[in-house]
Design a protein around this ligand. Structure first.
Ligand SMILES: O=C1O[C@H](COP(=O)(O)O)[C@@H](O)[C@H](O)[C@H]1O
Length: 225
């Protein structure tokens, strides 16, 4: 984040899409497939649309999520639904998308099958794009998650999480799996999130603001008002 005049959200999303597409091209020049890890929520929608219009050998691009609510894939708040509706469109529909939910009733029951599915992807990810909530959570690493310590410490790819502040159980990529990526981006909008990031930068308690676990990745911040 810099103090130069910020770009409007749409323009920032296009700039981010071009940077991500270029990173994927660089990696695809020396590997068969390249993996992109995206976040859900409302922020990435214009970025997804911009990335879908970038020229890429999409059949060699793999996409998965940083986290997911344990809901049906067609549910309104499913991150997979968001990716399918806004990113996997046009030529980008040729990408391989690996969702983080199964037909199991709970994420605890489905986690092993998700881990098996993730094992087939081209790790380390070329780019991880993180979002952030007003509580400093990123992926589904929430300050009040019962499994936060586990998700920060395990070398398993994904962890089922229960979070009192959230209506549904979730599954999240572990901090270790996210850390392994070649490049890390934080994509956020609005004054509130800018203030949360400033707070995160001025302290070091990861349990208070889990985004702190990624500040040293290094993390390229894309912020728009
Ligand atoms: O719950 C979630 O929230 C964050 C931020 O979402 P936003 O709507 O404020 O953009 C997101 O990064 C995460 O993937 C999602 O599951």
């Amino acid at each position: 984040m810099t103090d130069t005049t910020p770009l409007p959200r749409e323009q920032l999303s296009r700039q981010l899409a071009e940077a991500v597409a270029e990173a994927l091209r660089v990696d695809l020049a020396h590997q068969d497939n390249a993996l992109l890890v995206v976040s859900g929520g409302s922020t990435p929608v214009p970025f997804f649309a911009a990335l879908a219009s970038c020229e890429l050998p999409w059949e060699r691009v793999q996409v998965t999520l940083a986290d997911e609510r344990w809901v049906a894939e067609d549910a309104e708040d499913s991150n997979a639904r968001l990716v399918r509706a806004h990113l996997l469109q046009g030529p980008a529909a040729a990408a391989t998308f690996v969702p983080l939910t199964t037909a199991d009733a709970t994420p605890e029951q489905g986690a092993a099958a998700v881990a098996e599915r993730l094992a087939g992807l081209a790790w380390p990810a070329s780019v991880v794009i993180l979002g952030m909530g007003g509580d400093g959570h990123t992926a589904s690493l929430f300050p009040d998650s019962q499994e936060l310590s586990l998700a920060l410490a395990t070398d398993a790819p994904a962890v089922a999480v229960r979070t009192p502040s959230q209506p549904q159980p979730r599954i999240t990529l572990s901090a270790d799996r996210l850390h392994q990526a070649r490049r890390h981006v934080l994509h956020i909008t609005g004054g509130n999130k800018r203030a949360v990031l400033a707070r995160a930068l001025s302290g070091d308690d990861v349990r208070e603001l889990p985004i702190r676990a990624f500040l040293a990745c290094p993390l390229a911040t894309y912020w728009a008002p």
